[in-house]
Ligand binder design. Structure first.
Ligand code: AMP
Ligand code: MG
Length: 396
């Protein structure tokens, strides 16, 4: 084709450069956002006995329609005071163990009590076994509750705790260094001289990585100087799993990332991807560290970070499915034909439809502020009309 690497090939090669980090044990309260190593297997039945799902009375279905003598009580947290014997009903509360002999729970709203005698006043369609949570109806010992490589959400943590594990094995947290390069860049919020621009990418990348289980250092900035860049890369490589540079990835006289990678004793794996924005993308290794060189245009940096940096960090952190999900939704307006590279078009997904922004120039930052989707347009794709479905990636 045009000598550019297809996105999927580049992603595969990048993730193949390093295996996931070693796993470690963490407490439940430290586990949010981590990737579980090994399946979470239930060590017990939940519930471990038949429980009442309501406040009411436990009875034997065979004794219906009553009346019954009330005998004993079963409340959550302890075993019932006795077995249930024929003709009797036991007071029972939500979450309490069903006494032996009982097989049905009648709601307290459906009965009246006088002098220790219980009579049915409503609910004459009482069903055998009603309002009972059977033993192991939630899960049985030995069941896989959360598969290996799943990201631990609050709900997954709750399930893991219920499984009776005491702590969790999770993937490691990759150490990530962010390095911005460019003589024109000044720190965010500083006064600009002519020709200077604020360094937005460093902080943007840190923000994109913030929800990931990674140790991310404060972004560093370097001038366009190959010798300094190579020294810093060599030094960072000793203490990081991933170094992400931004800017200087192309072929200009001031683009030094590839040269500095070589000077630092690193190895280039690939460069140049069949995508737009983001063609110049550098992947390589320096010692044990991975180098990912993103292009400097803000949209290019955003798209390549979404497609390469986040998946790389998730892969190292033990994710089962580190690549972004591709979904489908109808287009809100017509879309022109594809080009020689696959496009990732900044777009907004709203009310079930995808609006692709005008002005996809990779130097523009304004669409980024409201982008929540990247519409994928394949190489050579025919024009499409409003209402046709398009593939897209959700971005945060
Ligand atoms: P480069 O990849 O170094 O050729 O940069 C491409 C464009 O992105 C240039 O217009 C740069 O000024 C701009 N750029 C590079 N790095 C950053 C950054 N950290 N923040 C904002 N813009 C940048
Ligand atoms: Mg530059």
């Amino acid at each position: 084709m045009n000598g550019l690497l297809p996105v999927e090939d580049a992603q595969r090669r990048l993730l193949a450069l390093r295996a996931p980090l070693a796993s470690e044990k963490v407490s439940f309260s430290q586990s949010l956002g981590r990737y579980i190593s090994g399946d979470i297997i239930a060590r017990r039945d939940q519930p471990d006995a038949a429980l009442s799902a309501m406040d009411g009375y436990a009875v034997r279905f065979a004794d219906l329609p009553g009346p019954w003598m009330i005998d004993g009580e079963s409340a959550a947290g302890s075993a019932p005071s006795a077995h249930l014997t024929g003709g009797n009903a036991m007071r029972i509360f939500t979450g309490a163990m069903l006494p032996e002999g009982a097989d049905t729970v009648i709601l307290q709203e459906d009965v009246s009590v006088a002098a220790g005698r219980l009579s049915l006043t409503a609910g004459d369609d009482v069903k055998h076994g009603q309002h009972i949570r059977a033993r192991a109806s939630d899960f049985a010992a030995g069941a896989t509750l959360v598969p290996s490589g799943t990201r631990l959400t609050a709900g997954a943590i709750a399930t893991a705790i219920m499984s009776s594990a005491d702590q969790l094995d999770v993937g490691g947290r990759p150490r990530v260094a962010i390095l911005t390069t460019g003589d024109e860049l000044v720190p965010p919020g500083h006064t600009l001289a002519p020709g200077q621009i604020p360094d937005s990418n460093g902080t943007m990348l840190a923000a994109m990585l913030a929800p990931e289980p990674a140790e991310v250092g404060l972004p560093l900035h370097l001038r366009d100087d190959r010798a300094i860049l190579s020294r810093v890369l060599k030094d960072l490589a000793r203490r990081h799993d991933v170094i992400v540079t931004v800017g200087g990835a192309s072929v200009g006289d001031h683009d030094h990332v590839r040269g500095a990678l070589e000077d630092a004793g690193g190895t280039l794996d690939f460069w140049k991807i069949a995508m737009r924005p983001g063609k110049p993308l550098i992947a390589g290794t320096i010692g044990d560290a991975l180098l990912l060189g993103l292009p400097g245009n803000p949209s290019s940096a955003f798209v390549t970070a979404t497609l390469f940096l986040l998946p790389l960090v998730r892969h190292l952190a033990g994710a089962r499915a580190p690549l972004p999900d591709v979904r489908q939704a109808p287009l809100a307006a017509d879309l022109g034909a594809g080009s020689q590279r696959r496009d990732y078009l900044r777009a907004r997904f709203e009310n079930g439809r995808l609006s692709v922004f005008d002005g996809q120039d990779s130097g523009r930052t304004v669409p980024l502020a409201v982008t929540n989707a990247l519409v994928i347009r394949e190489i050579g794709a025919p024009p499409r009309i409003a209402g046709e479905a398009a593939d897209y990636i959700v971005v945060a």
